[in-house]
Write a protein that binds this ligand. Structure first.
Ligand code: PXG
Length: 439
């Protein structure tokens, strides 16, 4: 039964939220099914963002729910330090089979942030184990988002997220971001301009010497910062430069992974093979927190040396490979496979692209960009009030029955991959109506 009640909001210090503003005018969700949330006042909300980019198979899918219910009653917890339970191994094998190329080893975490910090630690330890311990520098990218751990924050490039928490990790550099409206506004798919920005890595290598650089980490498509789509050839060029200098390349696929781009992973979409891949979110359809880091045979095997009985990588979380999360992930992979969801985005992308680009010409819209089942709609900011216009759109959309996500003045759309064309029509139609009302 839904109850229209507002609890005392004071104690919950909410994440990435304007707490005082929210608590003055809260938006509470009560339940969810497939493409819709039901708010606590009973109104239906079409989910245009798959929760927070994670509910790729749609909400409250029976198979996943039942798998979780069964497992929590059967094996509530099992240590994975010097112990195990069979399904964690089964899940790792299935994930390795899904991921292209030699990314055959999987380290479990509980979030994207933990996946990122795990991958950075693997990269540092890998070089150290190979006698290349001077390789300690990590390279991220401006506007990159790699979660909120100190490692991910250090390589991340969203200035506002970083500024209160320094000093961050030393020895970190940032590539320039690739966002440029003068060259690329209203591009459909990968923009033609900008591959040369990868050459900035050459400049950083020259400055510090390749022998000091451990890894480069980028999101293949940068989601959280406002949907920045890589220029054609950019990721290929990063890979080539990393190869030239023995630098590991990490793809942060916390958002791109599990079908968002219309392929199982960004690795498939761009045809570029990184050394490490970080994932979370869609791994369990958002049902239970879980992340996974994929490592190549070469990276993994570099650790499998030393005396028998030595712990090869002194890292892990109490809940790495948690049985209930594992059950959720296995059921999620079943749903993805049964319904072809990891490639469904590719079928729908042309329709979605046309629908999203139909917003061109509406008031304040200065760019529209898209890839797979992701779109970014950038609005002109109000002078002196960055983010205010998009926030107003977000609130009006929610009230009208539509969940969108905004960052600054960029609206991001990333619906569940079960979306149908009529939902796309509703999503874009309602959003258009609201954009027309913005001052
Ligand atoms: N890497 C990437 C690429 C992400 O997008 C993280 C790491 C961190 O994941 P966790 O599970 O620790 O939050 C993310 C998370 C948004 C939004 O609205 C995006 C994220 C999280 C919350 C909101 O864009 N991405």
């Amino acid at each position: 039964m839904l109850e229209n009640r507002t609890p005392d909001l004071a104690a919950f210090w909410m994440p990435f939220t304007a707490n005082r503003q929210f608590k003055a005018n809260p938006r509470l969700l009560a339940s969810a099914k497939d493409m819709y949330y039901t708010a606590s006042d009973g109104h239906q909300v079409l989910d245009g963002t798959a929760g927070l980019w994670c509910v790729n198979a749609g909400h409250c899918r029976d198979k996943i729910t039942k798998a979780v219910q069964t497992k929590v009653a059967e094996l509530d917890f099992a240590p994975t330090f010097q112990m195990g339970h069979p399904e964690a191994f089964e899940l790792a094998s299935r994930l390795a089979a899904l991921m292209p190329g030699p990314l055959n080893h999987v380290f479990f975490t509980n979030s994207g942030s933990e996946s990122v910090d795990t991958a950075l630690k693997i990269a540092l330890a890998y070089h150290r184990l190979r006698g290349d311990g001077a390789r300690t520098r990590l390279i991220g990218r401006e506007r990159g988002y790699h979660g909120v751990g100190f490692g991910g924050l250090s390589v991340g490039g969203i200035a506002n997220n970083r500024k209160h928490f320094g000093p961050l990790l030393p020895g970190v550099d940032h590539l320039p971001h690739t966002h440029n409206l003068d060259h690329n506004a209203f591009t459909k798919g990968e923009p033609a301009w900008g591959a040369h920005l990868a050459d900035e890595l050459e400049r950083i290598v020259t400055l510090h010497d390749a022998s000091t650089i451990a890894a480069v980490i980028v999101e293949p498509m940068a989601g959280s910062t406002g949907v920045l789509i890589p220029p054609q050839g950019y990721l290929q060029r990063l890979r080539a430069i990393c190869d030239k200098y023995g630098i590991l390349l990490i793809f942060d696929e916390v958002i791109c992974g599990f079908g968002r781009l219309g392929t199982p992973f960004g690795v498939n979409y761009f045809g570029v093979q990184p050394d490490l891949v970080t994932t979370a979110k869609g791994l369990t359809n958002g049902t239970i927190p879980m992340g996974a880091v994929f490592a190549t045979d070469a990276v993994h095997d570099a650790f499998m040396t030393g005396p028998d009985g030595a712990i090869e990588f002194l890292h892990g979380y109490t809940y790495s490979g948690h049985p209930v999360a594992t059950a959720a992930a296995l059921a999620t992979l079943d749903v993805y496979a049964e319904e072809g969801l990891l490639t469904r985005g590719a079928e729908l992308a042309p329709y979605f692209e046309d629908a999203v680009h139909s917003l061109r010409g509406l008031p304040h819209v200065i760019d529209i960009r898209n890839i797979g089942l992701v779109a970014g709609i950038e609005l002109q900011s109000r002078p002196g009030a960055i983010g205010a216009r998009a926030y107003e759109a977000f609130v009006k959309c929610f009230e009208a029955g539509l969940l969108i996500r905004t960052t600054g003045d960029i609206i991001a759309l990333s619906p569940p991959l079960i979306i149908e064309k009529h939902h796309i029509d509703t999503l874009i139609g309602q959003l258009a109506d609201i954009l027309k009302t913005l001052v």
